[in-house]
Design a protein around this ligand. Structure first.
Ligand code: ADP
Ligand code: ZN
Length: 338
């Protein structure tokens, strides 16, 4: 078992283990009220029907199951769950547990952050992507018609419990998405020595340690936290251009190729870094090629929320292999790539 502390305004512990007993022990210390809401999706509920409830002995558990898939991160489900909490008499003494991937994590955390101005939240991520990324850092969100994650808050959980055992049932495709995001961590912290040959407690711990350290210094993404967006400027544009048919982690993996390409002209970073990266990704089974038109990608970057002023923020890798946040004029991006 490994654990780490995230030192945001409200500090919390992340536990990484393969035992459910550790969960029971932690939650019994954390949960004070009698009521617990478990927010999950149809797939996770189908596989782990009673897993979480059984470890909440003595509590009254109300379960909210949303259909699996990104579409569930909507206003209707948000209101449905809020009303469900109110109907069941939840107060600020009670607890919300999110049990699932990023969809359930984002939606459930947004519910927790707004119900009675904030109710206790325990995150139990079940996808590799949410284990190494979205479960830590306090971003909550739902989607609006105009776009993904347009409505949300920063709200830290009281605890994050990661059980690597849940990964056993995760489809290969979802594992690859997580790996895409893990590849990012290798660039933003070369000292961490992230070994991707085995997906285990150690790998998840190392990724989250990087994230926790960054988030602890910059909770609201005004500076250093932007490093976590490595590969995301182009990644988000690819995601949008694919109409979200290419999963997020894979888009990030593709976006990293662009970031490295730009780094070559901007910093004189060796081309070998990019070539090695492509090989590593391909060996994992991640397709990092991108067929989309560069002009279209850049025009999408120009309307992205990461844009600032006349330029867009990029995380690049300099010639000493250090990550740097740089702002590049939209009109100049193309010149760095061609
Ligand atoms: P993320 O945003 O973290 O990639 P999602 O919430 O979109 O995750 O989940 C991706 C898919 O994986 C969904 O279909 C979800 O139901 C499914 N899923 C999540 N956790 C597991 C698990 N441990 N085993 C099997 N399927 C899972
Ligand atoms: Zn991401």
């Amino acid at each position: 078992m490994k654990s780490l502390r995230v030192k945001t305004q409200s500090e919390y512990e992340v536990t990484i283990t393969d035992s459910l007993a550790a969960f029971t022990e932690k939650v019994s210390l954390l949960i004070k009220g009698d009521l617990v809401a478990v927010i999950t999706d149809s797939n996770v509920d189908g596989i782990y029907k009673n897993e979480i409830e059984n470890s909440l002995t003595g509590k009254k558990v109300i379960k909210f199951v949303v259909p699996a898939g990104e579409e569930s991160k909507n206003v209707e489900n948000y209101l449905k769950i809020l009303n469900g909490l109110a109907d069941n008499g939840f107060t600020r003494e009670d607890t919300v547990i999110t049990f699932g991937g990023g969809v359930v994590g984002d939606l459930g955390a947004f519910v927790a952050s707004t119900y009675m101005r904030g109710i206790k939240l325990i995150a139990v991520p079940t996808t590799l992507l949410s284990m190494v990324d979205s479960s830590v850092g306090g971003k909550t969100a739902i989607n609006l018609e105009k776009g993904k994650n347009l409505c949300g808050t920063f709200y830290q959980p009281s605890a994050v419990y990661i059980n690597t055992g849940f990964l056993k049932t995760l489809p290969k495709k979802e594992v690859l998405c997580g790996l895409g995001e893990i590849l990012k961590y290798r660039f933003i912290s070369k000292d961490a020595k992230i070994d991707i040959s085995k997906i285990d407690e150690d790998l998840i711990y190392k990724c989250l340690k990087i994230k926790a350290d960054i988030v602890s210094k910059d909770e609201k993404e005004s500076g250093k936290r932007k490093l976590l967006n490595f590969g995301h400027t182009f990644g988000h544009a690819i995601e949008k251009l694919s109409h979200f048919t290419i999963p997020h982690g894979i888009c990030v993996a593709k976006g990293i190729v662009y970031a490295l390409k730009i780094s070559e002209k901007y910093f004189g970073t060796s081309e070998k870094v990019r070539k090695d990266y492509i090989l590593t990704a391909e060996n994992l089974g991640i397709d990092v090629s991108c067929e989309y038109d560069l002009n279209e990608l850049i025009s999408l970057i120009s309307i992205d929320k990461k844009r600032s002023g006349k330029g867009a923020d990029f995380v690049l890798i300099d010639d000493k292999f250090r990550p740097e946040i740089v702002n590049i004029l939209l009109s100049e991006i193309k010149g760095y790539i061609l």
